[in-house]
Design a protein around this ligand. Structure first.
Ligand SMILES: *Cc1c(COP(=O)(O)O)cnc(C)c1O
Length: 369
């Protein structure tokens, strides 16, 4: 592995393949696999990740917004793409790029039908989303009759799938709640089948759902975080490999005297002779202020170095008093050899937020194939 010469997010495509195969092995061979590549594939690179996953045999992709799906199509991704939260203003663009909408409310259904009609569509595939307890997006059970009424005598759209999303699949203390979600999903889909006259796909499980409730895999599963190396539990994290590793280098080293301060607002004050290093990464790169002032450490030659003082826009300072190192040396923030989950936990957040927050300013480099 090449040493970093600037701040880079290293994306390991072999780790991605490993994670995909691990998750795939947890579901039946005939179950379809949807790879969730929203938010730049959880902060990595949606296009590169999607191409790799297409080669590995992923059946479906999903993104949050139309713009993300259009970018994948423009790059040449050909598998079906579900858009989880399309906005009506983009419905025509969506149809032009063959992206499948999540239809989650009577308003969205009405507006999508109008767009499909305007563009002369027949049997355009859509995924109906039901709210089974997350209370975020989705039709309620009582909407089934209304949906059927809207669809009768219309052939612009076809219900490709019916789906829902679990609220606490990673928390076994909430198993009863999750089982309740599973049975209400079951009830809704059963109500649909005779009315539609065909059987749409059903999908419910996210990564933790795959790992904790595989019996509810139905026709397809939707995995995001697991593909990127996290299973929301130590025993699963062990089986997965982190795809993204964030590294930087030391820009400059300063020796400071007792009483001297470091950074804006003099937030850090030395109480002895200390050695500090400045790194070319800051909150504009996704390492927020919450990681500063001793909350978090990074690794310099495998040794922990505290982030001291306030995180600046483009820089952070670390304490290297007891570490032998020099300007230009590599510094590891998280990834291979330093869990992003632990890094995130020091600031009371989770891997999802840390990974998706690494800004587009950080150069992505790829290893593996
Ligand atoms: C983001 C998302 C997922 C992926 O969840 P992970 O926990 O990352 O596997 C699945 N389904 C929906 C509806 C989502 O919004």
């Amino acid at each position: 592995m090449a040493k970093a010469q600037e701040t880079v997010l290293e994306i390991d495509l072999d780790a991605l393949a490993h994670n995909y195969r691990y998750l795939r092995s947890k579901v039946a061979p005939e179950t379809k696999f949807m790879a969730v590549v929203k938010a730049f594939a959880y902060g990595s690179d949606a296009t590169k990740i999607a191409f790799k996953l297409e080669t590995l045999g992923v059946d479906y992709f999903s993104v949050a917004y139309v713009k993300e799906g259009v970018a994948l199509r423009e790059a040449g991704i050909s598998r079906p793409i579900l858009v989880l939260q399309p906005q009506p203003t983009n419905f025509e663009a969506m149809i032009e790029s063959c992206l499948e909408p999540s239809i989650y409310s009577p308003r969205i259904l009405r507006l999508f039908l109008a767009a499909a009609q305007k563009l002369d569509q027949k049997k355009y595939p859509v995924h109906l989303k039901f709210n089974t307890g997350l209370n975020r997006l989705g039709f309620c059970e009582n909407d089934v009759a209304h949906i059927m009424e809207c669809l009768s005598d219309r052939d612009e759209i076809k219900v490709e799938a019916i789906f829902s999303h679990l609220a606490a699949s990673d928390d076994l203390d909430e198993a009863r709640f999750t089982e309740g979600q599973i049975s209400s999903f079951e009830k809704i889909t059963t109500a649909f089948h005779p009315k539609l006259g065909y059987r749409p796909l059903q999908h419910l499980l996210n990564t933790s759902g795959i790992l904790n409730y595989p019996a509810a895999q139905y026709d397809m599963v939707r995995s995001g975080i697991g593909l990127y190396g996290f299973g929301n539990e130590a025993k699963f994290d062990q089986e997965l490999k982190p795809v993204a590793t964030l590294k930087t280098i030391i820009s400059q080293i300063h020796r400071i005297e007792p009483g001297e301060s470091v950074g804006y607002n003099r937030a850090f004050k030395a109480n002895g002779h200390q050695v500090i290093a400045t790194l070319p990464i800051g909150h504009a790169d996704g390492i927020g202020r919450q990681y500063g002032n001793g909350a978090t450490y990074v690794f310099v030659h495998d040794k922990k170095a505290m982030i001291i003082g306030n995180v600046c826009m483009d820089m952070i300072m670390i304490d290297i008093t007891d570490i032998e190192c020099k300007e230009g040396d590599e510094v590891l923030l998280f990834g291979k050899g330093a869990s992003a989950e632990n890094f995130a936990a020091t600031a009371n957040t989770i891997s999802y937020e840390l990974l998706t927050g690494i800004s587009q300013r950080v150069k992505r480099v790829f290893i593996g194939h």
